[in-house]
Design a protein around this ligand. Sequence first.
Ligand code: ATP
Ligand code: MG
Ligand code: FE
Length: 353
Amino acid sequence: AIILGIETSCDETAAAIVVRDQSGRGTISSNVVRSQLDEHAAFGGVVPELAARAHVEWLDHIIAQAVAEAGIALKDVDAIAATAGPGLIGGVLVGLTTGKALAASLGKPLIAVNHLEGHALTARLTDGVQFPYLMLLVSGGHSQFVLVRGVGEYERWGGTIDDALGEAFDKVAKLLSLGHPGGPAVEQIATKGDPARFKFPRPLLREQRLDFSFSGLKTAVRLQAEALAPLSEQDVADIAAGFQAAVTEIVAKRSRQALERFRAELPEAEPQLVVAGGVAANRAIAAALETVTREMGARLVVPPIALCTDNGAMVAWAGAERFALGATDGLAVEARPRWPLDAPGMKVDGHAA
Ligand code: ATP
Ligand code: MG
Ligand code: FE
């Protein structure tokens, strides 16, 4: 099936054409992403109202470009998949309403995609990963471990009780005046720093549950920065390195625990850890996850970074997986600002194709 995917839940206006063949293999025919970084840069974060307006302005062009790059016509698509949440409601409404309008005018089915399901299933598109697997989603808005048993079958094993990891990177970057988005900037300057100069806290790390907490760490970083102000370039690098070392240790230890639980609960299954979200781009964290999975005898899957951050292909693919199971949505389906992966109704009732 040929699926158009539309993504507008945050600050990327994105559309893609993905083809899923009979055997369940996916191919990306086009994947167009327009990031709104420039629109929001001056504000040090995403401004929801500006984001929604930019989606309105750009989405039609992005869809047209995705269709053209795929070398097809709009009428050739078999279904339209649009993110219906979770995310910034203004943006979600723009994408979902556009998806509904296209579905209605073309007479094609609509699939209302949970954005997190898009992240969760991407590794099946890129690496053909089989169920079940453990997903670590670490992005600007989410940080969680999810057991992925099948399409629509998710068990949340733990997650952040305050800030998301990408958000923590962004806030640390802001208080070190490194600009937005913070992750790449913090990572870059951390390479010049001494991670041992400051020993930042590792919140919750002694506890056994699979949760994260990053806000206390961020506060410790702020207090350190204030104590040293004005900061030299070396101070900034050392703080960034200390922060990155702390979060890397936290993510590595939690991932080890999560894989131990996977082995205990699913002894028959091959242990697999799939990483999703923009923080997957961080080399220190990726290297730590490589070590953990090697030591645990588990498979590590990190999709290409352009597919880890928000994009239309992941939405098209999640739509394709649902479409193959006969799961489509009516045009009355509503946008949902909050929509956890383990919410009721995620499960597909249909039969396997
Ligand atoms: P969500 O998908 O949860 O709605 P989002 O769209 O903000 O949120 P992504 O686009 O997946 O998330 O990722 C962006 C986040 O990843 C930002 O917080 C950014 O700082 C972080 N990030 C990107 N590159 C790196 C890096 N090299 N190191 C650490 N963090 C990074
Ligand atoms: Mg984003
Ligand atoms: Fe996302």
